[in-house]
Design a protein around this ligand. Structure first.
Ligand SMILES: NC(=O)c1ccc[n+]([C@@H]2O[C@H](COP(=O)([O-])OP(=O)(O)OC[C@H]3O[C@@H](n4cnc5c(N)ncnc54)[C@H](OP(=O)(O)O)[C@@H]3O)[C@@H](O)[C@H]2O)c1
Length: 333
């Protein structure tokens, strides 16, 4: 029988199995791939994209695991995302580290409910996550919606800590937006993991990286591609975002032989900080996975280049508020 040569994609995957680096997730005991699978896009339409078919999502998840990605980010509020993870990994549960997040629980007036109601909401949300994920434990369970009031709330801390002591949850964490929320989380002695936005444009959270390491808190970074704006493709910007568009174009001057494209620049920039445990890349197409595997080659940017990039951050980071842009209808793509 004639032995067929491996197809191109197969070679890439085999190489990556050897080279995808794992990093410590704070003091949780987990060693996770430095690139994480961002799971919103396989559960619901996200950032202007249609959701892939179920079989394509499952195939993508399997290929990601083959490629060395063992850390998966999802949430109860990501549509069918947890269900896709459950279908792909039910027989390989111990090979993956799953990070999921509780539903939002503020009441209609924006207030935190009383403890009895909170227990009901959080327990129900967790139960639904376990069912969708086809598992009996969650590796990292997060607050999806954080504010200083939520992070400091003794009832919430109590409920999360109790579930951790029971073993249903292995580690607890919070997804934050503002540096003061991250700062509180890192220094609280309660939360094991924090998920923060950090990218070439908005570098505010960097001052907190050392404290995360010193306190043994795992640091996950999202928004690395700034919702597609740091990918080099031409986008249809709202007129209020003209200064953002102009600023992003400055990074083009760095693209050349050593930095092949904007996606590589944006992702490697974040990967080059050792305190970062893992970088979330949203994946809903095979090309996203292939690119992520190509970028994670174990080589990082030198301090000189990081210094230049730190000097190129957007000067008004408070303006870079994606949830607010969404509400104002400024994110068209
Ligand atoms: N905790 C939270 O509140 C929160 C909020 C948002 C996201 N997240 C997590 O973070 C993950 C990433 O989301 P993000 O908002 O941070 O997205 P992002 O990585 O900043 O940007 C994703 C955008 O980049 C585009 N893109 C182009 N080339 C790409 C490539 N090679 N790989 C990936 N994306 C590419 C995608 O568009 P195309 O699809 O058109 O290529 C999409 O529009 C999500 O999946 C989710 O797990 C968490």
């Amino acid at each position: 029988m004639v032995k067929m040569p491996p197809k191109r994609g197969q070679v890439v995957i085999l190489k990556q199995l050897r080279s995808m680096k794992k990093r410590k997730l704070g003091n949780t005991g987990f060693k996770i791939s430095e690139i994480a699978f961002g799971g919103v896009g396989i559960g619901m339409p996200y950032a202007g994209q249609k959701m892939p078919e179920e079989l394509d999502s499952i195939h993508l998840l399997e290929k990601a695991l083959d490629g060395g990605i063992n850390f998966y980010d999802t949430a109860r509020m990501y549509g069918r995302s947890e269900e896709m993870l459950g279908k792909a990994f039910k027989d390989k549960r111990e090979k993956v580290v799953i990070n999921t997040k509780c539903v939002h629980f503020l009441d209609q007036d924006g207030k935190i409910p009383a403890k009895r109601e909170l227990v009901k909401i959080i327990h129900k949300s967790l139960e639904n996550s376990l069912k969708a994920l086809q598992t009996d434990y969650i590796d990292v369970y997060m607050l999806h919606q954080s504010s200083l009031d939520i992070l400091k709330n003794e009832d919430i801390i109590d409920i999360f800590s109790h579930l951790k002591n029971k073993g249903t949850i292995r580690a607890i964490g919070a997804s934050t937006y503002l540096p003061e929320e991250t700062d509180y989380c890192i220094n609280s002695g309660v939360w094991d993991v924090v998920q923060v936005p950090f990218n070439l444009m908005d570098q505010r959270q960097q001052v907190l990286f050392k404290a995360a390491v010193d306190n043994g808190v795992g640091l996950i970074v999202r928004s690395v591609l700034f919702r597609g704006m740091l990918t080099g493709r031409s986008l249809n910007y709202h007129k209020e975002l003209e200064k953002v568009k102009e600023h992003i174009q400055r990074f083009n001057s760095l693209i050349g032989q050593d930095i092949p494209d904007m996606i590589t620049l944006a992702t490697k920039f974040v990967l080059s900080y050792p305190p970062v445990s893992s970088v979330l890349i949203g994946m809903d197409q095979m090309k996203h996975l292939d690119k992520a595997l190509q970028i994670a080659d174990g080589k990082y940017y030198p301090q000189t280049l990081l210094g230049i990039l730190e000097g190129m951050a957007f000067p008004e980071p408070e303006f870079l508020n994606l949830p607010q842009w969404d509400r104002k209808g400024w994110l068209k793509n």
